[in-house]
Write a protein that binds this ligand. Structure first.
Ligand code: LLP
Length: 421
């Protein structure tokens, strides 16, 4: 459930009519709903009720400071994968002891930054990374809390580009080598083992891969404890999918996911961490665009809108589906037409949807791309020198710009022409 609904025939973000935002900030823009963020965070809190847990929101899904601040105020921890994300989480007021640091290629500078600023744990993904952190922490005279991310060799049954838990993916240490890696880690100075980490992929629409991975983690916990390690924390990663198509069957609910956690690792006495991103932010955002032209091609009719693949890359990159709806609610039984919905970027891949049935639209009409709150703005680029689009946060009947679209002057000011040219 989200908070983008038609009221009186006009799409609203909570209690704000979308055309009002468009008139104020111009198109295209992203609009996020605080109520939806709150609701989705609450679903995980409910799912893990009664278990010692921390929900570490995956910052990569939507890293706007206002979004992070809102979630941090609700009590969320953060899962970061770069110095930049760490800086964002801290700037949003999240204390270091609620931040976990994931990612296969943490640099020494990033490790130092997190150790100086405070960190809950590093999720280490390889032996060389473990050795690097040991050196960095030792040189600083501190002890770094760590888990090792294990790769459980489980098929997440999701899009190949976002599956991470098979043995041929770059992520984690093969589970078959885990005991050896833990022994090596325990022998290194400057590191304190606190638990185990796993993350098998994103947009999972089936609970079975989670069940398999978490069962393997439970077995490993027992083995590692028998080997003498202190395993008090299990980081179970993110990945629960969201409904992108309203017409499709919905993926499992957080409460059902919580049940899998209880059944697989609930009796180990471990503190549970999860790292959801998409489920919290995805349906808490829409991208709003204006139709520039309706163009009749040879055979196909194109709806050329003012947002493009550089603003929302998911359809081009993963063939992802986003529901696209007119901002003015069509009358029941209104005539529909199949459109190819495309942006102005000079690539055929700049296509949001092909043959999508929509009520007849004209230049100047507004359309909203649903489920755009996660992996939308964060993956945007300025390709074709298109400025990053405005982001807006809505709360009840108020909205605020939380990232302004840069002017051409600001965009150009980042480049420098050498004096010798
Ligand atoms: N934890 C780790 C270590 C991750 O790598 C990810 C996502 C998450 C948590 C959060 O997963 P989520 O709950 O959001 O599924 N750009 C792609 C998704 C990439 C996901 C990368 N890792 C997309 O637009 O579908």
């Amino acid at each position: 459930m989200d908070h983008f609904n038609y009221k009186g025939g006009i799409l609203h973000a909570e209690d704000v009519p979308v055309p009002e935002i468009a008139a104020s900030v111009g198109t295209p823009f992203y609009a996020y709903s605080t109520a939806t963020l709150t609701r989705h965070f609450g679903l995980f809190t409910e799912a893990l009720a009664g278990m010692d847990h921390l929900i570490c929101y995956a910052v990569k899904a939507n890293s706007n400071l206002a979004v992070l601040k809102h979630l941090g105020d609700l009590g969320a921890g953060m899962d970061v994968v770069s110095g930049g994300e760490y800086a964002r989480a801290r700037a949003a007021g999240v204390p270091g002891d609620r931040i976990v640091f994931s990612g296969v290629g943490k640099t020494r500078a990033e490790m130092r930054m997190a150790l100086e600023g405070g960190i809950r744990q590093f999720n280490l993904e390889s032996e060389p990374e473990m050795l690097a952190l040991s050196e960095v922490a030792t040189a600083m005279g501190v002890t770094a809390p760590v888990t090792l991310r294990v790769n459980p060799d489980v098929d997440a049954r999701t899009h190949a580009k976002i599956a991470t838990g098979k043995s041929d993916n770059k992520f984690g240490i093969p589970i078959s080598r885990a005991r050896m890696a833990y022994a090596e880690t325990a022998a290194r100075p400057g590191l304190e083992i606190v638990g185990i980490d796993v993350h098998i992929g994103s947009q999972l629409t089936d609970l079975d891969p989670f069940r398999q991975a978490y069962s393997k983690l439970a077995d490993l916990t027992r083995q590692l404890r028998a080997d003498g390690h202190t395993i008090r924390r299990l980081d179970l990663g993110g990945g629960l999918g969201i409904p992108y198509e309203r017409s499709n069957t919905a993926p499992p609910l957080p409460i059902e996911y919580g049940q899998v956690i209880r059944e697989t690792v609930g009796d180990l006495g471990c503190e549970i961490e999860i790292e959801p991103g998409r489920l919290i932010a995805g349906n808490a955002g829409i991208m709003v665009s204006q139709v520039i032209y309706v163009k009749q091609g040879g055979e196909r009719k194109f709806l050329i809108v003012d947002s493009a693949m550089n603003d929302l890359v998911r359809p081009s990159m993963y063939e992802a589906h986003h529901d696209i709806v007119p901002v003015i609610e069509p009358a029941p039984g209104a005539e529909q037409e199949p459109y190819d919905i495309v942006g102005p970027v000079c690539e055929t891949g700049d296509t949001f949807a092909r043959g999508r049935s929509l009520p007849v639209l004209a230049a100047g009409d507004l359309v909203a791309f649903r489920s755009a709150g996660a992996y939308g703005a964060v993956m945007a680029s300025e390709y074709n020198s298109r400025p990053l689009i405005t982001e807006v946060l809505v709360k009840d009947d108020q909205f605020a710009v939380i990232r302004a679209r840069p002017t051409y002057e600001e965009m150009l000011a980042r480049d420098t022409i050498p004096s010798w040219l």
